[in-house]
Design a protein around this ligand. Structure first.
Ligand SMILES: C[C@H]1O[C@@H](n2cnc3c(N)ncnc32)[C@H](O)[C@@H]1O
Length: 244
């Protein structure tokens, strides 16, 4: 039996929109921008640090190593969006996968709060899964219900420190939806929206406003569901040290 770790719960996010879902609920004490944007404070009296890793596996590895070294977290959580691969999953569905997969590597188990309805797995890859046919193909080959770009690296770095992360992801683009690459360029590598790029896109392609509005609506549905699930998880964590 190890003694209960005293550090904060660290919530790892990729893009600014994901971080904001948590920071707007945080009684924040501090915000720092380097080496990774992070905000420390309290949610329901629990110490929480929200870290913005940026998008993709390389940043996820560096941010996870840095967060573990810096905060000695009592719990590590990954919170954000995912693409749906299973065609029955709808926009805003929240998943707490029990295992993360990556092509050519062994699956890594994830922490779970008690029995969940059905075993869910998530696939991490280097790129976005953009079109319905690409998602269908990934679903057939991997069997995973959802896809993202950071969870595998977070879990593998955490495992080196004997930590098993909790992963909470909401479907922001389901298996029937195409993600428009132009919209992803509106976000820089550290997960910030680039306002200049938004204006350029709208001027060069006025119809893109429809896509932007849909993206905004989908993100709102997913955000509300994600926060509800994260809060519930944080409440239940208080009775458990780290992870099984
Ligand atoms: C865009 C951000 O949200 C996650 N994400 C959301 N949708 C997808 C998708 N279709 N493919 C891959 N990653 C996705 C990634 O993890 C990334 O950080």
């Amino acid at each position: 039996m190890t003694s209960e770790p005293t550090g904060p719960a660290v919530v790892l996010t990729a893009v600014a929109t994901e971080a904001r879902i948590v920071t707007r609920q945080l009684e924040a004490e501090s915000v720092e921008r380097t080496p990774f944007w992070h905000s420390a404070g309290r949610i329901d009296r629990r110490e929480v640090v929200v870290v913005r890793m940026g998008v993709g596996p390389a940043r996820a590895m560096r941010a996870t190593a840095w967060a573990i070294d810096t905060f000695a977290p009592s719990h590590l959580l990954v919170c954000g969006f995912a693409g749906g691969l299973d065609p029955t999953l709808r926009m805003g569905t929240v998943l707490q996968p029990h295992e993360v997969h990556r092509q050519g590597k062994p699956p890594i188990p994830l922490a779970n709060l008690g029995p969940t309805s059905g075993a869910t797995t998530i696939l991490s890859r280097d790129e976005l899964a953009e079109t319905p046919s690409e998602k269908e193909d990934l679903f057939r080959r991997s069997g995973c219900q959802a896809v993202d770009m950071e969870t595998y690296e977070v879990a593998s770095v955490a495992a080196e420190h004997q930590i098993t992360p909790y992963v909470i992801r909401a479907i922001s683009d389901d298996a029937h939806t195409s993600l428009d690459r132009r919209f992803m360029r509106l976000v820089d590598s550290s997960g910030d929206v680039r306002p200049g790029k938004v204006v350029t896109l709208l001027l060069s392609n006025p119809t893109s406003v429809m896509g932007l509005m849909r993206l905004g609506r989908d993100a709102t549905i997913a955000s509300d569901a994600l926060w509800a699930s994260l809060r519930h998880t944080l409440e239940r964590l208080s009775r458990r040290p780290r992870a099984p």
